[in-house]
Design a protein around this ligand. Structure first.
Ligand code: HEM
Length: 409
């Protein structure tokens, strides 16, 4: 399917095949023709029409506008959401004001730059071990599933404290939740229920046997007088693990896809294997150019908001489209160019404002180290399929490849 900004058809359905065929064409169309527009988010189970802002300045403004709150956001009237699904949707990014501040401060400590620096060696060792395990394979591997996912999942599962015995179940639940229910709704709900159960078991186990991990830290915070009830604990643990690897493994995968698609940029990196600043800059350029999170969760207008000569009525939902803001020519020179040396690069790939990504430092470090190890060990890494065969999954708020078949070389 060929899409250009001039051939975009309405309504724009994020999560639909036309949008997935060429997201940047839709971003350009929205920025130029409909800076306060409307799109349909197709979540599979239900679809929802939301207002969308796509220009950089508007996205930033919306992300700090006190008239927009996350907590009232929900599915359209008439769509019934079972209790366990509501629980796994009750994540930090859906909280506002005091509740948000309190919960975020309880989980912030392990994500400071100093703590993260200590994890660098661990990430390197994990990436090396994973490549050792794949080493014998001369045939194609799926870089996403076989490398990026296991490395990033292990990092966050270790940090949070998901024990070996629960890892497979936990990951199956997250995968099912993220992929929506294109299969049977019953199967999907069973996986989500299992995810809630396995998280509850984990919290119970840490109460009985404290360890040096984030779940134990949260339980201790609760015991020190700050109330974090079991439901909040379960939602927090689930949300940290999910936010921690679903995003990061896509950042690594998107990075490899972008670099293989721009050999001149990959050559720059290969020529400077120890130039940490350049590799850092490359990771941020990926977060700008192919951000795993295309848009934040929509927020709800608590009063009428006038914007670009239109009124967003109270109760309506607004989505800041980060990926479109990241290609706004008002802010980025030659925004459609992938440039690992781009500076300055004030992209919104990690969000902006009070909900700015808590894990940004960890994710940047993980991606940088994993990419350095990958290209150091396999300088001849190449795509195992034609460029045209790579496809994005049609998902409403994510930029993620279905698979990334590569030959390690
Ligand atoms: C927000 C965790 C990686 C993009 C958040 C939040 C958490 C989080 C807890 C919610 C913060 C809040 O509402 O106060 C993590 C962890 C990561 C990680 C633990 C990995 C170790 C990433 C990556 C990206 C990303 C790789 C994309 C490049 C975002 C964005 C938001 C966000 C855009 C803002 C969402 C919003 O405004 O609702 N992250 N994240 N995150 N994260 Fe991450």
């Amino acid at each position: 399917m060929t899409v250009t900004p001039s051939s975009v058809t309405l309504p724009i359905v994020m999560g639909g095949a036309e949008f997935a065929a060429d997201p940047p064409a839709h971003y350009t169309w929205l920025r130029e023709n409909s800076p306060l527009g409307q799109v349909r988010l197709d979540f599979g189970a239900f679809a929802q029409d939301v207002w969308v802002v796509s220009r950089y300045a508007d996205c930033k403004a919306m992300l700090t506008d006190p008239r927009l709150l996350r907590s009232p956001y929900g599915p359209p009237p008439g769509v019934e959401i079972p209790e366990h699904i509501r629980l796994v949707s009750s994540t930090l990014d859906m909280k506002d004001k005091d509740e948000h501040r309190r919960l975020r401060s309880l989980v912030a400590a392990p994500f400071t730059p100093k703590r993260i620096d200590h994890l660098g060696e661990q990430v390197r060792a994990l990436a090396e071990r994973r490549l050792d395990a794949l080493g014998g394979d001369s045939g194609p591997i799926d870089l996403r599933q076989d490398f990026a996912l296991p490395v990033t999942y292990t990092v966050i599962a270790d940090l949070v404290g998901v024990g070996e015995q629960d890892r497979v179940r936990f990951q199956q639940g997250v995968t099912a939740l993220m992929s929506g229910f294109s299969g049977s709704r019953e199967d999907w709900e069973a996986h989500v229920r299992d995810l809630v159960d396995v998280t509850r078991d984990l919290v119970a186990r840490k109460r009985a046997e404290p360890a040096d991990d984030l779940v134990t830290g949260l339980i201790e915070a609760e015991e020190a007088g700050d109330r974090l009830d079991d439901t909040e604990l379960v939602a927090m643990v689930f949300s940290l693990v999910t936010a921690g690897y679903e995003t990061t493994y896509n950042l690594i995968t998107n990075a490899v896809a972008a670099l293989l698609d721009h050999p001149d940029q990959l050559d720059l990196l290969r020529a400077a294997p120890d130039d940490e600043a350049l590799w850092r800059s490359a990771v941020d350029e990926v977060a700008r150019y192919l951000p795993p999170i295309t848009g934040t969760r929509p927020a709800t207008a608590v009063e009428d908001i006038e914007w670009h000569g239109q009124t967003v009525p109270a109760g309506a939902s607004v989505l800041p489209l980060l990926a479109a803001a990241n290609r706004d020519p008002e802010v980025f020179e030659e925004p459609e160019r992938f440039d690992v040396t781009r500076s300055p690069n004030p992209h919104l790939g990690f969000g902006h404002g009070v909900h700015f990504c808590l894990g940004a430092n960890l994710a940047r470090m993980e991606a940088r180290v994993a990419l350095q190890v990958l290209f150091e060990r396999h300088p001849g890494l190449s795509l195992a399929v034609g460029r045209d065969e790579l496809a994005l999954e049609p998902m409403p708020l994510w930029t993620r490849f279905r698979e990334l078949p590569v030959v390690l070389g």
